[in-house]
Design a protein around this ligand. Structure first.
Ligand code: HEM
Length: 813
């Protein structure tokens, strides 16, 4: 026996008769009075020898722990330092075995060698991937199914037999295939990847994933919308969830964030109210996946802490071009804690290398009809094609003293950012998503994130919104995933070993060895034992105060950062915010509810309030009374709050380009353009009026890949009108094509036309100059000679993504 503590050694052999006490060992009721085991159980068989050996080993292990040595460490000052649990390691696995028969092998139970200290559930997902190639169809009991086309009938025209267990198993499983969708964030898509750490951050955190340069940690990320049901459209105006599960060697760390750095409310107590207000109204379940209705704005106008978030949600941030072009934020202030127990506050930021790009509202609405899976498809296609999306993780790290010195806002208030001008964002690693899931349900639907999944070195702050979330996630997953064991679902299991005394519950998969499921114990040598200083220990913040319900003073300031956001937007982004408020509030039916919101906007910016009021046909109301006379802080504009601040580093990679072509196209020219775009990583497609071969003005016939009908303009980031006079003329006679061109123009997309293609622009009434008369930097008219330069300029515009200078209020096209 290996002991870590000095313990008295244990019994020898029966001093009396060799069989004394044998009956007690053969029975499971009552132990022998004599602590010394018998020498024999009578019949000498391998089984009886093992039973005797187990009894001896059990006794030895238990006796090695005559009392609970670490109990005094649970009290007073000693309790402040976590201590390791007492451990005794037995000489043989038999001592902690559930049964003496555990080494009897079979194809079902395995080779009979006990996996001492092993948790096979922590193994790679390969262990549960199932492949049917070359396999016969079976029932869930593994019985081969002879006929999967017919139910069992009494005669070909007779009734179905009750005994058809194959039919019943199949239909019963089908009947139960749906699980409750998430109560929020029901619609989403996910992918696997890794996080690669850049620097040794051990001076601020002991979390292993951040301590070694180059260290890779596997991750699973799920992006989502908040309000819509699981089948709603991807492009609804909404916050996007950005949840990352890091499978670290020290356990799972979930960073459950959003694509917007602030939140609607300041206290978890309000979350059910917020969600009840934004979800479809309960009387008629309208509208789906939209905040544009009375109950949401009724709640909002009466909860002025929401105004900063409203500015973000009504900006283009809430209609991203792609999950790949969104930032992500941990939102709350977290703590990092190093090995010396020193703590810093931290805010987490994800920055997409693809840049921050959004849709325009008119486009988002049309995409919802054209492709409800727009974001899900985009993520899937990018990963399948090897264009692995990447984000850089940045940290804003600051001390409690710095936080106190911010003075005009409280870092525990989730409706406030820490401006980057006050604390810069320091890049610490990158996230790469390089593998799509095998199975949407098994992985993306069953993944269970939780803000309470932390690893040593990362800790909570007292943000009252965050504190409520710590409870909510596991609680909701207990009903969503059907019981206490959803942590064993393969996608949720850590790569770290799981050893504890939790047992039983619905759908338990682990077969825990041994008879001990409690602590302290001596019968399992004290195992699993508490890890002491190696384990998670909450940062010992000193807290004092009365039990109260309320908010701290600085939480009462609601408009300063909303104004900061507004002042940091480019003119076109400001116009989009105005347009969004007009759209949303026009859909509100109750005038007083509309007015309250405009009155709130009057506290942010007079032009904003006036423009929204004009759209609603109402005078600007008096500003909403502020909750106290704290002056609204005057922040300098923060350029990083504009989407233009991060154009991205991936150029035109994955941008979709329509190459419009009809009968008479110059196929050779079209092919050259196509190849050039493809070489630079864009995704060109020959779009035509119908599928099939086009007769061509030059070169081999050209195959149309997809029709204008099947993929309207909103499915593309740019348009090239293929060369060829007859082709251009045919396109210019087609109303659908003209609508296509107009939408490309209206949505700010680059357009390249060659030669006669310009008649298409004329037919679609596209202005060739910007409203101020200057040349349109996204519109390229080329002839044969200037084509190379025009194509290069088109690609540059495609990389910039949009020509915002085209926009006017109201739009010209
Ligand atoms: C008190 C406030 C909040 C409560 C009570 C709450 C509650 C919930 C619940 C019940 C779910 C569904 C979880 C599931 O079924 O697996 C959920 C999902 C989610 N929440 Fe929250 N939430 C709160 C605030 C926030 C905030 C502030 C953020 C962003 C920082 C956020 C981000 C997310 C994300 C990203 C998901 C989706 C996770 C996934 O992809 O499965 N939540 N939340």
């Amino acid at each position: 026996m290996t002991t870590q503590n000095d313990a008295p050694d244990v019994p020898g052999f029966a001093p009396n008769g060799p069989y004394d006490g044998a009956g007690s060992i053969l029975s499971t009721i009552g132990g022998p009075a004599d602590p010394n085991p018998p020498e024999s159980l009578g019949a000498v068989t391998p089984e009886s020898a093992r039973l005797l050996e187990k009894v001896r080993e059990d006794a030895e292990l238990a006796a090695a722990m005559p009392y609970n040595e670490t109990k005094p460490l649970e009290y007073g000052a000693a309790a402040l330092t976590p201590h390791q649990g007492e451990v005794r390691r037995p000489d043989t696995p038999l001592a902690t075995a559930s049964t003496t028969t555990e080494d009897i092998a079979s194809r079902k139970v395995g080779d009979g060698t006990p996996g001492i200290g092993a948790d096979p559930l922590a193994g790679p997902l390969d262990r549960v991937r199932v492949d049917d190639s070359g396999r016969e169809l079976t029932t869930n009991q593994g019985v081969k199914v002879a006929d999967n086309q017919h139910s069992l009938k009494i005669g070909l025209r007779g009734p179905t037999a009750m005994e058809d267990f194959i039919l019943r198993e199949k239909i019963t499983h089908f009947d139960h295939e749906r699980i409750p969708e998430r109560v929020v964030h029901a619609r989403g898509a996910g992918a696997h990847g890794y996080f690669e750490n850049y620097h040794d951050l051990s001076s601020i955190t002991r979390a292993g994933l951040f301590c070694k340069p180059g260290k890779r940690t596997p991750v699973f990320v799920r992006f989502s919308t908040v309000a819509g049901s699981r089948g709603s459209a991807d492009t609804a105006r909404d916050v996007r969830g950005f949840a990352t599960k890091f499978y670290t060697e020290e356990g799972v760390f979930d960073l459950v964030g959003n694509n917007i750095p602030v939140f609607f409310i300041q206290d978890a107590m309000k979350f059910p109210d917020l969600i009840h207000a934004v979800k479809p109204e309960p009387n008629n379940e309208i509208p789906q996946a939209s905040s544009a209705h009375d109950t949401f704005y009724d709640f909002a106008g009466l909860s002025p802490e929401i105004f900063h978030m409203l500015m973000w949600v009504l900006s283009d941030r809430a209609i991203p071009r792609s999950f790949r072009t969104m930032q992500g934020f941990g939102v709350h202030t977290f703590r990092l804690v190093n090995a010396k127990g020193e703590s810093h506050f931290v805010k987490f930021h994800w920055t997409p290398l693809q840049g921050t790009h959004s849709l325009v509202w008119d486009e988002a609405v049309k995409v919802a009809g054209a492709d409800a899976d727009f974001h899900r498809r985009d993520l899937w296609e990018a990963i399948e094609s090897g264009n692995f999306p990447e984000w850089e993780l940045g940290l804003q790290v600051f001390t409690e003293a710095q936080a106190a010195a911010f003075r005009v806002f409280d870092v525990l208030d989730a409706t406030k950012i820490v401006p980057e001008e006050l604390v810069p964002v320091r890049p610490v690693g990158k996230l790469v998503l390089d593998r799509n899931p095998d199975n949407f349900f098994a992985e993306t639907e069953q993944v269970a994130f939780c803000i309470a999944h932390l690893v040593p070195g990362i800790d909570f702050s007292n943000d009252p919104l965050m504190q409520g979330r710590i409870h909510s996630y596991i609680d909701t997953q207990l009903s969503r995933l059907g019981g206490a064991n959803f942590h064993e679902i393969p996608i949720n299991g850590p790569v770290a070993q799981v050893h504890n005394n939790q047992r039983d519950g619905m759908h338990r998969q682990a077969i825990n060895r041994g008879r001990v499921a409690y602590e302290p114990n001596s019968l399992a040598g004290g195992c699993p034992f508490q890890a002491g200083a190696r384990g998670f220990a909450s940062w010992p913040e000193h807290v004092e105060g009365s039990k109260v319900r309320g908010k701290a003073e600085l939480f009462a300031e609601h408009y300063g950062q909303a104004r900061l956001f507004w002042n940091s937007q480019s003119p076109f982004e400001q116009q989009h915010i105005i347009d969004a408020f007009r759209f949303e509030l026009t859909r509100v039916q109750t005038p007083a509810v509309r007015e309250r919101i405009v009155a709130g906007l009057a506290n942010i910016n007079a032009r904003l309030a006036a423009a929204v009021a004009r759209g609603l046909g109402i005078p600007v109301p008096a500003p909403l009374p502020r909750v106290n006379d704290t002056p609204v802080p005057d922040y300098p504009p923060s350029p990083s709050l504009s989407l233009l601040f991060r154009p991205g580093r991936t150029g035109i990679r994955t941008r979709r380009v329509a190459l419009a072509a009809a009968e008479g196209v110059d196929a050779a020219g079209a092919r050259e353009l196509y190849a050039s775009l493809l070489r630079d990583g864009a995704q060109p497609r020959i779009v035509g009026q119908r599928l099939g071969e086009l007769s061509t003005a030059s070169g081999r016939p050209l195959d149309v890949e997809v029709s204008f009908e099947a993929t309207p303009s909103v499915m593309y980031d740019g348009l090239v009108v293929g060369p060829g006079d007859a082709s251009a003329a045919a396109l210019a006679r087609d109303g659908r094509v003209l609508e296509f061109v107009r939408d490309q123009y209206r949505h700010g997309k680059p357009i390249l036309v060659i030669g006669a293609g310009r008649q298409l622009l004329a037919a679609a009434v596209i202005p060739l100059a910007l409203p101020d008369g200057s040349p349109d930097p996204g519109l390229f008219l080329a002839d044969e000679a200037g084509l190379a330069a025009a194509l290069a300029a088109f690609k540059a515009a495609l990389a910039r993504h949009r020509t915002w200078a085209r926009e006017t209020d109201p739009p010209r096209v």
